[in-house]
Design a protein around this ligand. Structure first.
Ligand SMILES: C[S@@+](CC[C@H](N)C(=O)[O-])C[C@H]1O[C@@H](n2cnc3c(N)ncnc32)[C@H](O)[C@@H]1O
Length: 390
C-alpha cells in the first residue's frame, strides 16, 4: 500500500484545497494521540489518509477501511498533502510517475452500492469469485459477448490489472467489484445467474471460517442460479474438495458432477503452477434445478437526528453488543476538527463483519458508505441506533 515516512507531521489549516484534492478535516483518536485521520475529497471519492506516529518516525498512508479503488487516488492525495504542508519525506513507496496516470476509464469497476441499487437484470449473468490474474474471466467475457460477466476479487492490485485489460480489450460485458464475494451474493436477484465460477479458492486449512465455500454461500448460490445454472468449484486441494463435497451433499436435492484433471478452455496462473507440480485438479459442479423465491425487499439504513453526548460515546467506546448471528463493536472514537465525533465500527455477521466509520453529526451517517443491505447488517444497525440513543 502506498505510504510516506515523514520527519514530522505538519497540520494544515483545514479545509484546504490543493489542485483537485481537498483536505476537509482532521479526526483525532480520543484515546491514542499517535493516530489521526485526514479526510480527503477528490472527484467523487471521499476517504481518509491515516497518520501514525511510530518510535522515531511518522507514517502517512492509506486508511484501509475507506481507501478507494484504484490506489491512484490515494497516491495523489499523499503527494498533494506532503506538498501542501511542506512535509519532509524521509522515504516513500509512491512512484511519482504513477500519479500522473489516471485509469481514466473506470466504468467497468462498480461499487457494491451500484449493484445494490441497480443490479443489471437485462441478460444472463455469470460470476467469477476470486478471479486473480483474470485470465479465465477475460477469456470468458471475450468468448460470450451476449452474457454479462461480473468478477469479484478482494485483492486490489488484481482488480486494477484486470480493469486495465478490460479497457485495452474494449470489453463492454465485464464488470468488476472489489469486495467480499460472500457478502455480494446476498444482493443478487434470484434465478438470474447462469454460472458461478470459484476457481482455486484459498483453502484456508487453518482458518476454515475464511473459506468462500460454506453452507450459506451454497444456499445463496442456489437462490441466485437460474434453473439449469451451475456453481463450479475447481481446486487442487484434496482437503478443500472433501470439505466442499460434504457441504454440497449436506444441502441435498441438487445434482452434483465430479471431474478429475479436466482441461478447460483457459488455464489460470494457479492452474499452471499446480500442473507443473503434477497435482490433481478436481471439479465439483453443482447443477441447480430449483426455481427460488424472489428476494424480499429490506428496509433502508436510516438514522433520526440525534444529539451526541460525548460522555455516552466514550462509555460505548470499546464495547461489543452481541445478538443472535451478529454483533456491533465500537472500536475507536475520534474527535473531528469540525466539532463532530466519529466511531470506527465493525458490525454484522460474526464470520464476515463490515468495518466502517459512523460520523456523528446532527444525523449520524456511515462513512465511506452504508453497510450492505443484508438481514444481519440491518439488525446490527437497529442495535447500533438503540445504543446511541442510550
Ligand atoms: C488462489 S487465488 C486464485 C485466483 C484465480 N482464480 C486463479 O485461478 O488463478 C484465490 C483468489 O481469491 C481471492 N479471494 C479470496 N477470498 C475472496 C472473497 N471472499 N471474495 C473475493 N475474492 C476472494 C484472493 O484474493 C485470490 O486472488
Amino acid at each position: 500500500m502506498p505510504h510516506l515516512h515523514i520527519e514530522r507531521f505538519n497540520p494544515l489549516p483545514l479545509p484546504h484545497r490543493h489542485g483537485d484534492v481537498t483536505f476537509e478535516y482532521l479526526a483525532e483518536n480520543v484515546l491514542h494521540d499517535d493516530e489521526k485521520l485526514i479526510a480527503v475529497r477528490m472527484e467523487e471519492k471521499a476517504f481518509f489518509l491515516l497518520l501514525k506516529t511510530l518510535p522515531g518516525k511518522t507514517l502517512l498512508k492509506a486508511d484501509k477501511l475507506s481507501r478507494p479503488s484504484p490506489t491512484w487516488y490515494v497516491k495523489k492525495a499523499l503527494l498533494a498533502y506532503a506538498e501542501a504542508a511542506g512535509l519532509n519525506v524521509l522515504a516513500s513507496n509512491v512512484d511519482t510517475a504513477d500519479t500522473g496516470m489516471h485509469l481514466d476509464d473506470n466504468r467497468a469497476l462498480w461499487s457494491i452500492h451500484d449493484f445494490a441499487e441497480r443490479f443489471p437484470t437485462d441478460r444472463e449473468v455469470r460470476i467469477e469469485v476470486g478471479f486473480g490474474s483474470g485470465r479465465h474471466l477475460l477469456h470468458q467475457a471475450k468468448t460470450h459477448p451476449d452474457i454479462l460477466f461480473i468478477g469479484i476479487e478482494i485483492h486490489k492490485p488484481s482488480v486494477e490489472q484486470v480493469l486495465k485489460q478490460i479497457n485495452i480489450r474494449k470489453l463492454d460485458n465485464l464488470l468488476l467489484l472489489d469486495y467480499d464475494a460472500r457478502l455480494f451474493l446476498e444482493l443478487v436477484p434470484s434465478n438470474l445467474v447462469g454460472r458461478i465460477y470459484v476457481h482455486f479458492p484459498v483453502p484456508w486449512d487453518k482458518k476454515p471460517h475464511r473459506r468462500v465455500i460454506s453452507e450459506a454461500f451454497v444456499n445463496e448460490s442456489i437462490r441466485v442460479l437460474a434453473p439449469g445454472g451451475k456453481l463450479e468449484l475447481r481446486t487442487d486441494s484434496d482437503n478443500y474438495f472433501a470439505y466442499s463435497f460434504d457441504t454440497f451433499m449436506r444441502l441435498g436435492r441438487n445434482h452434483l458432477e465430479i471431474r478429475k484433471n479436466r482441461d478447460i478452455a483457459v488455464s489460470s496462473k494457479y492452474e499452471d503452477r499446480w500442473k507443473r507440480q503434477e497435482k490433481n485438479i478436481y471439479d465439483l459442479i453443482l447443477h441447480n434445478d430449483t426455481l427460488s423465491e424472489p428476494l424480499a425487499p429490506l428496509e433502508a439504513f436510516t438514522f433520526a437526528p440525534a444529539a451526541c453526548d460525548e460522555a455516552h460515546l466514550r462509555a460505548l467506546n470499546g464495547q461489543t453488543l452481541r445478538f443472535e448471528g451478529g454483533f456491533v463493536h465500537f472500536e475507536r472514537l475520534y474527535r473531528l476538527g469540525d466539532g463532530r465525533m466519529m466511531f470506527r465500527l465493525s458490525l454484522g455477521p460474526f464470520e464476515r463483519p463490515e468495518h466502517l466509520y459512523l460520523l456523528l453529526g446532527d444525523v449520524p451517517e456511515y462513512f465511506p458508505a452504508t453497510p450492505v443491505r443484508s438481514r444481519t447488517n440491518l439488525e446490527a444497525h437497529r442495535r447500533l441506533k438503540e445504543a446511541l440513543d442510550g
